[in-house]
Design a protein around this ligand. Structure first.
Ligand code: BGC
Length: 740
């Protein structure tokens, strides 16, 4: 058979595309992108490289056809290239201040999703929100929050999955797969470290390459391999000097040259400072009116006339956007405004909440509560209103909007300021508790007065205290305490009633000075559209809790690599947060290097309040018979999980590397979630990605010769018997391929 050269194939495809013969349909996305780009004028090419906010900003109106959402990139009708209609985010189709006239189904927060350790469910969540995006007229969902929790006070922790590269990469990739199954481009964001909101437009992460490759970059690498997102969104902050969207290292050396990524890099909104970002590898300037100029429009076109570097990049940039369009068949599957079955979709949100809620403490089987309990005092946390919703660009509400917003004004008077107000959805925990215990006397006190709360608690069999930590984009939490006197509230209630159950709604970890005095603690995160029900399901045992922490809960800020939040003394928080011209804020991330979260705790020998991976159940499980096999360096672990209790439940077995040649090196290298009936057991096998055993050295992954010790765990600190296996050293190159 005759094989065509690349240019011959392009010519054939051009002919085919003109005549609309089937060959065009069979072409790869890459080939189709090349054909279309070759037919474009420069004005059409630049059209694909610049996105507008979908509203008027700084006197610049969006092009026709914009929908209320994050933005629009005009299409090229002559060549059947559709516009890109963009909306946020990983938790659902955002509310946009009600401007669209309808809402979306709210998935639980990213940390709740992370706590499920269930890729199939997270993929189903992605499928659901992607289908809603498509039905509301969008074809780009700015979803796929992959950043690791390096800073426990980060105001956006609730948008991300956790602190471990494997867990975040696998779940993030699954979400993207689900979203894109709807002919929607998804992103992964914010590439590659976006650790805090304080000084977010200029803070500079200082970290060495090996640490970066083994942690945050690895999370993105895995997510991209598993989800194949059409786009990657670069972050606001700087890494080792340049802004992320201007980082040749990140956008070209790593993403394109090492990983062979074919999609496009879009900037975060208001993250571009000049035309030369295109030379670093940025393909599309997003929400461009927020920047000082529409750089990727006329300036790019003009530069391409005279400067061959821009000429080359312009073609490449357009082709990468087209690749994402064709790889996801956007051109043949335009989004259509259709009705959404919110009730059916909310079932997915409910399941994520049910599987993501983590039972942190349960003294003497205090939970589940019996539906025959006589009296319950529900206290605090606006549990009579709804469940908490995080703030910022990811905020989703149902068609009816929020049940309540609390004016906070930390964002000042500026546009978007109310993005940062604490808010509650319409899923009411108090109602769900009343439904679960129809014969009980259920009282509610808002918790503003300790004496009143304590009195109510003392008059009931059980006190359920709801406490909230609100997080929002644009603002970090200054410390890990529960704000507004809630620690004192829990302490007062616990003193009045030994049977006190605490339900926490938080974006990230919180400290619990009252822990020893309460009977049970449930971490509900921001539990989404049906969060109230999910909480009651867990409290009363309709659902056996199976969530496991995707992040470490420190005992105090003193245990963190940076006990004080960088910039806490110098930076005034604000949503746009650009700071004064020339503002600087360096954060030293070499302190923990790649030892993020539980790995830092293991390295330092610190005991957290609750470890990564922790989560109790109403049944018990055993893990037995860990056996390791090594085939040319590929380690496979097999073992049995058994439900040894008397209720159905799901377990998450976690496989950790614990030591290399006898030295502590803790890493999660595999996990498996299994639903088991009482007495049932399952045989499980997990194959370990060699990059998780490796160290980054001399531009590749070095798996040193030696003894590798593994253990199964119920958490990062609750580990079973160890097994050791010998591995003969080998190397993977920067693309992950084995070196000879
Ligand atoms: C956020 C992004 C978001 C974008 C568009 C920015 O403020 O950082 O995550 O996708 O806005 O709304």
């Amino acid at each position: 058979m005759k094989t065509l050269t690349a240019s011959g194939r392009l010519a054939a495809l051009l002919l085919a595309s003109c005549a609309s013969v089937p060959a065009a349909a069979q072409a790869s996305a890459e080939e189709r992108a090349a054909v279309t780009e070759a037919q474009m004028t420069d004005a059409e090419r630049t059209q694909l490289t610049l996105g507008y906010m979908s509203m008027e900003v700084a006197g610049v109106h969006p092009p026709e056809g914009a929908l209320p959402g994050a933005g629009i990139v005009p299409g090229v009708p002559r060549l059947n290239v559709p516009p890109l209609w963009e909306t946020d985010a990983s938790l659902g189709v955002v509310w946009v201040g009600g401007a669209r006239g309808n809402g979306g189904t709210q998935l639980p927060s990213g940390t709740a999703q992370g706590a499920t350790w269930n890729p199939e469910l997270i993929e189903a969540g992605g499928r659901m929100i992607g289908s809603e995006a498509h039905a509301k007229g969008y074809n780009v969902l700015l979803a796929g929050g992959i950043n690791l929790m390096r800073e426990a006070r980060n105001g956006r922790t609730f948008e991300y999955i956790g602190e471990d590269p494997l867990l975040s990469g696998v779940l993030g990739g699954a979400a993207v797969r689900g979203i894109q199954s709807n002919h929607i481009i998804s992103t992964v964001k914010h590439f590659a470290i976006n650790p805090q909101e304080t000084g977010r437009h200029y803070m500079n992460v200082e970290i060495d390459e090996a640490s970066l490759r083994e942690s945050d970059l690895l999370a993105f690498e895995i997510a991209i391999e598993q989800g194949n997102p059409g786009s990657v969104m670069c972050a606001y902050n700087r890494i080792n000097g340049p802004l992320s969207c201007d980082s040749h290292f990140l956008l070209t050396d790593v993403l394109r040259d090492d990983w062979g990524y074919q999609g496009f890099v879009m900037s975060d909104w208001g993250a571009v400072e000049g035309l030369d970002f295109a030379l670093a590898g940025l393909d599309q300037q997003s929400g461009a009116q927020l920047d000082e100029g529409l750089f990727m429009d006329v300036p790019l076109r003009e530069a391409a006339q005279s400067d061959p570097r821009y000429r080359t990049r312009l073609g490449e940039m357009a082709r990468r956007v087209l690749w994402a369009i064709y790889a996801n068949n956007l051109d043949t599957n335009l989004p259509e405004m259709t009705a959404v079955d919110s009730a059916a979709n909310s079932e997915v949100a409910l399941q994520v909440a049910q599987e993501g809620i983590v039972l942190l403490r349960n003294q003497a089987g205090s939970l589940p509560l019996s539906s025959a309990v006589n009296s319950i005092a529900v206290i605090g946390g606006n549990a009579d209103t709804g469940t908490m919703v995080g703030g910022g660009s990811s905020r989703v509400f149902s068609d009816e909007g929020p049940a309540a917003m609390v004016p906070m004004l930390r964002g000042g008077e500026a546009r978007f300021a109310n993005f940062m107000d604490p808010a509650f959805n319409r899923s009411v925990p108090l109602d769900a508790i009343r439904d679960a215990a129809p014969d009980a006397r259920v009282s509610y006190r808002d918790g503003r007065y300790l004496s009143e709360a304590a009195l109510a608690a003392s008059q009931a069999d059980v006190a359920i205290v709801f406490v909230n930590q609100f997080q929002t984009e644009g603002l970090d939490v200054p410390d890990l305490s529960l704000p507004q006197g809630q620690d004192a509230l829990v302490a007062a209630v616990a003193t009045a009633n030994p049977n006190t159950i605490v339900v926490i709604q938080s974006g990230g970890p919180v400290t619990m000075p009252w822990l020893d005095d309460v009977a049970a603690v449930v971490e509900a995160w921001y539990p989404g559209a049906r969060g109230g029900e999910a909480i009651a399901d867990v409290l009363f045992g309709a659902v056996n809790p199976s969530g496991h922490l995707p992040i470490t809960f420190p005992a105090s800020e003193a245990q963190l690599p940076r006990p004080e939040l960088p910039g806490a003394r110098t930076v005034t928080p604000s949503f746009l947060g650009r700071g004064e011209p020339g503002a600087t804020l360096d954060a030293d991330y070499a302190i923990e290097g790649s030892d993020v979260g539980y790995r830092w705790f293991a390295r330092q020998g610190l005991t957290p309040l609750f470890p990564f991976g922790h989560g109790l159940s109403y049944t018990t499980f055993s893990h037995d018979g860990l056996q390791l096999r090594n085939r040319r360096g590929e380690v496979t672990a097999s073992f049995a999980i058994a439900n040894t209790g008397d209720r159905e439940g799901a377990d998450v077995a976690q496989l950790y590397l614990t030591r290399v040649n006898g030295e502590t090196r803790q890493r999660l290298v595999g996990f498996a979630r299994r639903d088991l009936q009482p007495g049932e057991s399952a045989q499980v096998s997990v194959t370990v990605d060699p990059r998780l055993l490796a160290e980054w050295e001399n531009d590749g992954w070095q798996i040193a010769s030696g003894d590798y010790t593994f253990a199964l765990g119920a958490s990062a600190t609750d580990l079973g018997p160890e097994q050791t296996i010998r591995i003969n050293g080998f190397r993977l190159d920067s693309s992950g391929a084995r070196e000879r």
